[in-house]
Write a protein that binds this ligand. Sequence first.
Ligand code: FAD
Length: 325
Amino acid sequence: MARLFAYIVHQEGVADDSAAELVSAAARIDAGQPPVAVVTGWGAELDAVCDSLRDVYKEVWKVAHAALAYPNAELVRQALVRVLPHDCILLVPHAHFGVDLSPGLSIKLDSAYVPDVVDIEGVAGASLKLVRQEFGGQVSAHVRCDISAGAVLNIRPGAYPPAAGAPAGGQVIDKSAGIGELTSRRRYIETIAAETGDVDITRQAVLVSIGRGIGEKDNVAIAEELAEAMGAAVSCSRPVVDAKWLEKSRQVGSSGQTVKPKVYLACGISGSFQHLAGLKGNPYIVAINKNPNAPIFRVADVGIVDDILELLPELTARIREEKSK
Ligand SMILES: Cc1cc2nc3c(=O)[nH]c(=O)nc-3n(C[C@H](O)[C@H](O)[C@H](O)COP(=O)(O)OP(=O)(O)OC[C@H]3O[C@@H](n4cnc5c(N)ncnc54)[C@H](O)[C@@H]3O)c2cc1C
């Protein structure tokens, strides 16, 4: 079996939640071989990330270079090609940076590439059996990927739980020596923080999140009342913002905010990959949708098939009743 690696995405010295999820994903390929974390970056932030990963990974490869201080997939690709064994299997989160990095990297490594993997079914000879979703989660494609020359796999965030009982005290190995010069036609200019708006949904423990299923702007009040009764805030999917029913600062997803609530009430949200990409920290998801086949039910801890326009006011009334006792 080829060596397994996990590419770690990080920001401001903190590893993304996907770091621990990739350990679980790797175990589906080879349970007997813990993956090696590979982290690119520079300075104290890189050191902090590598150190934090020692609780999750037995081996952490640190790839330090001043040119890697800011995210630039072109430079990271050059560095990884010089550091990784070319027949390895590299797991990369299927999020902005991973999708920018991975296809070109697989070409340079001359290995296979599979994006948006939601399940790894196991190894069959020289092939890896994978499941990926297409058409916004409506179709599951079962794929056989030839891994004889290695592979780069984009694993969808949230597809696997964070590794439990992972090894502590892993070893950080500095692999920076052989990187050499890195050049890019892209230039980092600045990082622009997303607008937080009147309510910062990224800091809420409980979110009542509404999707297109809320129907019209006047119905948003139903969710606001429930959120108020629960001590929560209202967030939403992109169509709600596109329809101007809520501000952009309330949007959860790949082109919106990344949230880390403890509880996420998904109301009339189908569960697209772009929406779920904004959900981090393994929240407890309660999904309410009138379509029993909605993809959101695949990731929900509790699924309720019902009409939100009827159920949400009922919930609000029950909570108020309980509180008044
Ligand atoms: C580049 C790109 C970036 C994107 N970024 C984001 C992003 O950041 N965030 C995001 O959310 N989306 C994003 N999208 C859009 C995404 O692909 C989906 O279209 C979107 O998430 C769907 O939103 P939704 O679930 O609210 O609507 P729909 O997919 O239309 O789902 C509505 C759901 O409501 C249910 N429903 C309808 N009426 C009721 C009712 N009365 N009671 C209960 N259930 C009901 C339906 O059964 C359905 O499942 C992006 C798309 C692209 C291409």
